[in-house]
Write a protein that binds this ligand. Structure first.
Ligand code: SAH
Length: 231
């Protein structure tokens, strides 16, 4: 799976800065070529001296809005095409982030990982992106989706991009090692977990691991885990 992030703050993702994407499981997945993450600076796709990517919103109001042209140039450059003319678009999807988009969940992550091999993630800022980009991409035959990662408003789409990459990547076969389990195949989502010591004593109080987990009775343990999972 290829992930291409379009942003005006590429440093957020830079390996030197110690990006979230360059540690642990996601670092290994990139090394093993199971996923590829590329960062594209939207300002590189402007022509003017000030590398202007945004402008004032029509109709008034505060803030700035991302212009369409640099975005089209960025997408064309990523796909090495001209005028958004791409022959095989089936396995490519452009994802726009918006607090009013479709709520992201694990099912979407699994579907995206299964059905696509390249996701172009547009991280907005300020008041967002000129809404016509959706129509323009659609008219050129692109698959697009507007996604929200939750019911709150962030200052930018960079964290949402990382959230998607993380959740989607762990659904790709081989990304999780033997010791790391995919929730659906292991204990389910949100099951409480415990490790040594069996009895943790703090300020005179004992904190014990649930007895059933120490019983060695696998059937009983499974039943308990099933009861605890929210899936
Ligand atoms: N006033 C705008 C808010 C823009 S927030 C509005 O009402 O839509 C700026 C950018 O942050 C957005 O373009 C989007 O890329 C990102 N963003 C903010 N909150 C988000 C959320 N909950 N999910 C996904 N992206 C979000």
């Amino acid at each position: 799976m290829k992930f291409d992030i379009i942003t005006i703050f590429p440093k957020i993702f830079s390996a030197k800065g110690g990006s979230y994407l360059n540690e642990s499981i996601l670092k290994r997945a990139q090394k093993n070529k199971l996923i590829q993450i590329k960062i594209h600076n939207l300002r590189d796709f402007t022509k003017d001296k000030h590398r202007k990517v945004d402008d004032r919103p029509y109709g008034g109001g505060p803030g700035m809005v991302f212009k369409i042209e640099p975005l089209i140039k960025a997408i064309s450059s990523i796909l090495r095409i001209k005028n958004l003319e791409l022959k095989i678009k089936k396995k490519i999807k452009v994802i726009l982030f918006s607090p009013s988009g479709k709520q992201f969940d694990n099912k979407m992550a699994a579907n995206l990982s299964k059905n696509y091999n390249q996701l172009i993630l547009i991280s907005g800022r300020y008041e967002g992106i000129d809404a016509r980009i959706k129509k323009v991409l659609y008219d050129s035959g692109f698959k697009i989706q507007e996604i929200s990662i939750g019911h709150y408003v962030l200052t930018g789409g960079e964290l949402p991009a990382m959230v998607l990459i993380d959740a989607i990547s762990r659904q790709i076969p081989g990304v999780l090692g033997k010791k790391e389990s995919l929730e659906e195949k292991g204990h389910g989502i949100g099951v409480p977990v415990y490790t040594r010591p069996e009895e943790f004593i703090y300020k005179g109080k004992k904190y014990k691991v649930p007895k059933v987990l120490l019983s060695g009775d696998h059937k009983k343990i499974e039943k308990w885990l099933n009861k605890k999972t929210n899936r």
